[in-house]
Ligand binder design. Sequence first.
Ligand SMILES: C[S@@+](CC[C@H](N)C(=O)[O-])C[C@H]1O[C@@H](n2cnc3c(N)ncnc32)[C@H](O)[C@@H]1O
Length: 183
Amino acid sequence: MDPGILIAVLLGILAVAIVSTMWTAARGAPWAPSPWAVVRKMLRMAGTQPGEVVFDLGSGDGRVLVVAARRFRARAIGIEIDPLRYLWTQLFISVLGVRAQVRVIRGDLFAQDLCQADVVTVYLRQDTNRRLITKLRGELRPGARVVSYSFTFDGWTPIAVDERSQIFVYRAGEGWHEGATGA
Ligand SMILES: C[S@@+](CC[C@H](N)C(=O)[O-])C[C@H]1O[C@@H](n2cnc3c(N)ncnc32)[C@H](O)[C@@H]1O
């Protein structure tokens, strides 16, 4: 291939990656994958059971969805705002043969109803978690679990913490203090 074309293609890919990172960061969090071991631990700490519904809010490359389906036999729904990662996830779940258990929605996590969730996983940001609290309080069924990697939910007492891996597990209706809203 002509070196000029190769450089142009590489610069194009770089530009798309930079724009995508800035755009998703402004909407909730830039993409950074949770380590696979952390994904397994998050779902284990949440007590994920076969047949339960796991939502990953900002599902990135779809790894949480795939582990939830394959290892925990759960049904997994991802919400991802970035079209490229959404397309990647469609490909990923097809190749791995988990289409029957996994769905990915291209859209804004703040616009999706979470009332079907048994487990919600997030790896976002502290301020995004703060904005999410009102939504979680309004939509989650009592007993649903929320697992957050790296960031806590202000004013909500976790039921389990792994300090070393920075995983925080919460239960809907338990330990959330009045006044802890995203307002
Ligand atoms: C830090 S990554 C986490 C990816 C994945 N959950 C994981 O743990 O590997 C955050 C993801 O959230 C997505 N995101 C950010 N804001 C969003 C929004 N408002 N709605 C849906 N997805 C969003 C980003 O595009 C990115 O893929």
